[in-house]
Design a protein around this ligand. Sequence first.
Ligand code: SF4
Ligand code: SF4
Length: 443
Amino acid sequence: MVISRHITGKIRSARYAVEAVLIPLYLFLPWLRWEGHPWIRLDIPARKFYLLGNIFTPQEGYFLHLFLITMGLSLFFFTTLIGRVWCGWACPQTVFTDLFDWIGRSVLGSKYGKKDAPFFGKVFVHFLWITVSLLGALAWISYFADPYEMISDVRASSFWITPPVWIYFTGFFTATLYADMAFVREQFCKYACPYARFQTVMMDADSVNITYDFKRGEPRRKAGVQEGDCTACNLCLVVCPTGIDIREGVNVGCIACGKCSDACTKTMGKEGKKTLIGYFSENQAKQPGTPIRWIRPRSIVYGTLLTCVLITAFVLLYERTPMYANILPDRIIQPMEVPGGVVRNFYNGNLLNLTFEKRTWNLRIVDSTLRTPVRILMGGTEIPSLQVEGNGSENFRVILEAGIQPEDRLIHTHKISLELQDVENEKNRMKKTVPFLIPQNGR
Ligand code: SF4
Ligand code: SF4
């Protein structure tokens, strides 16, 4: 594991500012409530996902697909334009590395990362790292379990006798985060992160990325003889958290954190020159003064695809009906014909209310392949309706009844379309088509 030298500078300060927003966001987002409900939570046992006052179910898996496609295309689009900005500025691996480094340096000062650091100081650093890992793991778990309920669990007398399941996951994630931050760090970026492997195909000579100005820098200064601007101070090398030398060209280990740029700004500043390392494109390094080409074929293709997916997602979200219903033929009570030529079919249904308010849903027939009118028998009311508590579900039984014409008997299976409509919001409606069977024995 590399413990890189600390460096101050504009990029370092800007990254600290971004991290100062990201870390609290990550830690406290699960605590936020939207009208009393979680802003964000993936409730796996209940198979529900809460996001900004909406409830999604696995049946709406296409939103997950759209989300993943959006993430993938955003990655393509932004990497094409501004290189591995995600890695250096927002990836949890980088943000936590900076946090753990900050703790180490705050306790051990210049001895941080050195073999001769005081033993008890090192023990204290590891203690703090484990504590932060625990907090990070608890924050992660609270995206899946209600943090307020977790507090109640801890207060409950049964906590130590029968610990809740989330305790085991917390232990696992604490150990994982601690092991990662204390012993792995940049090795993960270099050897395990799949994104690092993609970068070379997503970037081209016009992508803005951390680049070394080899035209100005080379040949490097040797034994006091100045040729290019690079003084060969190697500061860019010792501050690099992944231990690479950016002067060797684009490297899969470079996370675009910009520490080498801050280092070179310092060195070059002493000579009254501009930094040799900065956020610019390879073409700009080859030909100084070349403008950045933001608009080019691959950025247009990725940008267009991303826009299309985002528009589709927004339209689907706008059109979305916050309920899920299932109506299936009863497996036990078979269709039957009662005296008077009336056929009855029996169904079982389930309605999930995906809002937080109690809602009433009316059921009506919108289409039928039968020649005669079909009646709905449900709950003994004139208008078949169903009340479901907010974020609740209700099972119900439906009987469809129709007097059968001789021509209808020629077809064994008819189709009937039912519509469930939200009484408070007419826009919310869902159609379900069910089979209607005519008993073949006539009775
Ligand atoms: S080469 Fe520079 S930008 Fe890349 S990881 Fe090292 S310090 Fe960060
Ligand atoms: S910090 Fe700048 S001057 Fe020093 S070795 Fe790196 S590129 Fe050369």
